[in-house]
Write a new protein. Structure first.
Length: 361
């Protein structure tokens, strides 16, 4: 079991963050926020993929004006991403937004940041301080020579003090970097200096597959150490893919117990079936069913590791030439022909789902 870091806890809308709350998966829309229908449609697709919190960009006044409708109609909490214009943050709060993401360093005047803090406190809206390598203050860059972990942490702690001076403590912090190793060290140092919830991410991770690899290395390493309360996988891709990768990271560490966990052998010369093709068929068929309960399904392609691995899953196939064993809860229940592999697995998964409660994490 992973021993989670002890932090403060608050709520972003209906989602608890920090403390003993489940780690949340976040993503960000790519639509123009002012296009309310397009933004809500994309939020709906992210919700279907399993997102917990969604962030929207607010670079223009028309985006700020759209927030009231978006916040009211979204089925998950919405965070407004604010840079430079403090008035947009106030407008977002007045619109009923569930959270703010600001970088106080690029809001020119500290007195305006204090106004934001007072308004957010009055409305019970948390603020994420988002520090990253691309927006570090010039004096810190000059002193450290680069966006080092120490520079990122110093920036974050300094920005938090501005909010603390207004007795505002519903703070979440991120110190992102495009280099996973720098990011990991920055969060480790930050975790030692405060008890605020931390939002993890490797910024500008790029396209798949490397973007997913970088994110899994950076986010996964920290989560395994008990650091992190919300995560976002920043991909150059459809944001639905961000949610899928983020969910996969949590599932692989045992930090999220919901939906399908598909285990499959990589295939080799011993395989008597098309393991890759079979796995794709099983995955597509089970995803089509939209099962929300935690079910681990194994697709194994030979008699060497197949039976043992299938027994470790809730449900599995240990395939041989033209036929295979159907394994349910560690027991071989039937020998079935290859043509029935997918249909029998799906039928057993649906039967299992009907008697398994959906978990809240």
């Amino acid at each position: 079991m992973i021993q989670r870091r002890s932090t403060r806890q608050f709520s972003v809308g209906t989602v608890a963050v920090g403390g003993d709350a489940p780690i949340s998966v976040q993503s960000m829309t790519t639509t123009k926020t002012a296009d309310i229908n397009a933004t809500l449609q994309q939020i709906a697709s992210l919700v279907a993929a399993g997102v917990d919190i969604v962030r929207v960009a607010v670079p223009h006044w028309e985006d700020a004006k759209a927030l009231e409708a978006i916040a009211a109609k979204s089925t998950v909490p919405v965070i407004a991403d604010i840079h430079f214009q403090w008035k947009y943050a106030i407008a977002a709060l007045e619109a009923g937004i569930h959270g703010l993401r600001i970088n106080p360093g690029n809001i020119k005047y500290q007195d305006k940041v204090r106004v934001i803090a007072r308004e957010a406190k009055a409305r019970g809206v948390p603020i994420r301080i988002g520090v990253n390598a691309g927006s570090l203050e010039k004096d810190l860059l000059a002193r450290y020579g680069a966006p080092t972990p120490e520079a990122l942490v110093e920036s974050a702690i300094g920005e938090a003090r501005i909010l603390e001076d207004e007795d505002f403590l519903d703070i979440k912090i991120s110190v992102k970097h495009s280099n996973p190793m720098v990011m990991i060290e920055a969060y480790r140092q930050l975790a030692e200096k405060c008890d605020y919830p931390l939002h993890l991410g490797v910024t500008e991770a790029g396209p798949m597959p490397m973007g997913g690899v970088k994110s899994a290395v950076g986010i996964g390493t920290l989560l395994a150490e008990g650091i992190g309360d919300t995560i976002r996988v920043s991909l150059t891709d459809d944001p639905v893919e961000e949610v899928k990768v983020g969910t996969g990271i949590l599932q692989s560490l045992g930090l999220r117990k919901r939906g399908l966990d598909l285990v499959a052998c990589p295939s080799c010369g011993r395989a008597e079936v098309d393991v890759l093709g079979l796995t794709k068929q099983v995955n597509e068929a089970l995803e089509h069913e939209g099962l929300k309960v935690p079910i681990r399904v194994a697709v194994m392609g030979c008699v060497v590791n197949g039976p043992g691995e299938a027994r470790e899953a809730d449900l599995g196939i240990a395939a041989g030439k033209g036929q295979g064993f159907l394994v349910v809860k560690g027991e071989v229940v039937d020998k079935i022909p290859e043509s029935e592999f997918v249909t029998r697995l799906v039928a057993e998964a649906k039967k299992m789902a009907a008697t398994t409660p959906v978990r809240s994490d």
